[in-house]
Design a protein around this ligand. Structure first.
Ligand SMILES: Nc1nc2c(ncn2[C@@H]2O[C@H](COP(=O)(O)OP(=O)(O)OP(=O)(O)O)[C@@H](O)[C@H]2O)c(=O)[nH]1
Ligand SMILES: [Mg+2]
Length: 334
């Protein structure tokens, strides 16, 4: 029997187990196009966790064995880290790197510099572009590019929440087709492959996002995640932080300057979070996990899933955070 699949997440529809992916009530199975989870996300904005582990290695093996296909690896511009590099370089097919959500990046981040950073530090290729599905930025150029390269089958891959399904929906809308795929701001929305034939030449395949085990969504409630991610262009918050002073963000992070000199910290993350500058007498969030880091001049401290903090001078910091796995340091991207 041909198995019927959910249009929104790609799961095989089933009426046997309400807690497994693809569930629909038996009474509506015959006419259902979407599983219950997708229906609830689309119509009520309700989120539920997908009861399925994404087999990243299986997906990569599968796509690599299809050597006539190409891959578009979507990366969220605010969260480029060592894992991004590791995963991009696992793909052996012809690949394009699309830096997504350009609309939330502050204008001060120059596209050319970002692309150069990726080429030098993540993957050495000429095929890097910045896009925004929300603002319809550069997507036509990308489609022209793959047409020129004669791409017939394109897998859209990347970490969860990088905007893969939104990107495909946007392309569908621009071709006057119905945007059918479920998207959401919680992780693990797409559950399986969703192949969509765009025209006689090109098929695009949506895939489940990889889980970055060091990202913030592993450590906090999903209701909070929705609030953490910026929805509009970020207004960078910059603080001059004297020795012994800290910046505290919501109930996530406290960063204290341990050097004897003052330093400048610029936060490339949601400006709607609550930022407070405190001195030592205030012990807010000191109970969280503690770590110390030293940075060179012009470094970024990455808070995986939230964005990054640009530091101008060499310095030493104490960080209190919900999990120390979230933190890493890189040479400044911008
Ligand atoms: N500001 C902005 N937000 C975007 C853009 N593209 C996607 N998003 C948001 O990013 C979140 C994740 O989008 P999805 O398309 O569901 O991400 P995905 O990569 O398909 O995620 P998985 O299916 O879990 O792998 C949603 O809240 C989208 O609205 C964009 O261009 N700009
Ligand atoms: Mg998706």
């Amino acid at each position: 029997m041909n198995k019927k699949k959910c249009l929104g997440c790609g799961s095989v529809l089933q009426s046997d187990n309400a807690s497994k992916d693809g569930f629909v009530k038996l009474s509506i199975y015959d006419k259902a196009e979407y599983c219950e989870r997708c229906f609830k996300i689309m119509h009520y904005g309700e989120y539920s966790v997908l009861d399925k582990k994404i087999d990243a290695d299986g997906i990569i093996r599968n796509i690599n064995s299809d050597n006539i296909s190409s891959v578009a690896f979507l990366v969220d511009a605010l969260n480029i880290n060592e894992n991004t590099k590791k995963y991009i370089n696992k793909f052996k097919n012809r690949k394009y790197i699309l830096v997504t959500k350009k609309d939330v990046l502050p204008k001060s981040i120059k596209e050319k510099k970002l692309i150069e950073y990726i080429r030098n530090n993540v993957c050495d290729t000429e095929n890097i572009m910045c896009i925004s599905s929300v603002k319809n930025y550069n997507i036509d150029n990308f489609l022209k590019r793959i047409e020129k390269d004669n791409v017939r089958r394109l897998y859209i891959v990347g970490f969860t929440n990088s905007g893969k399904s939104t990107f495909i929906n946007h392309i569908l809308t621009s071709q006057l087709k119905k945007p059918v795929i479920t998207t959401s701001s919680v992780p693990n929305t797409t559950a399986s492959y969703i192949a969509i034939k765009l025209n006689s030449k090109l098929t695009i395949v949506d895939t489940p996002g990889f889980i970055d085990e060091k990202a913030i969504y592993n450590f906090v409630d999903y209701n909070k995640i929705i609030k953490y991610y910026p929805k509009k262009e970020i207004k960078v918050k910059t603080f001059q932080v004297k020795s012994g002073y800290s910046v505290v963000i919501n109930d996530i992070l406290r960063i204290e300057n341990l050097s004897d000199k003052s330093n400048s910290l610029s936060f490339y993350m949601n400006d709607r979070l609550r930022y407070e500058k405190l001195n030592n007498k205030n012990s807010k969030l000191k109970y969280l996990n503690k770590m110390e880091i030293e940075v060179e001049e012009e470094s970024d401290i990455l808070i995986n899933g939230l964005g990054f903090i640009r530091v101008t001078k060499p310095g030493k910091f104490e960080i209190n955070i919900i999990d120390t796995k979230l933190v890493s340091v890189r040479k400044s991207m911008i």
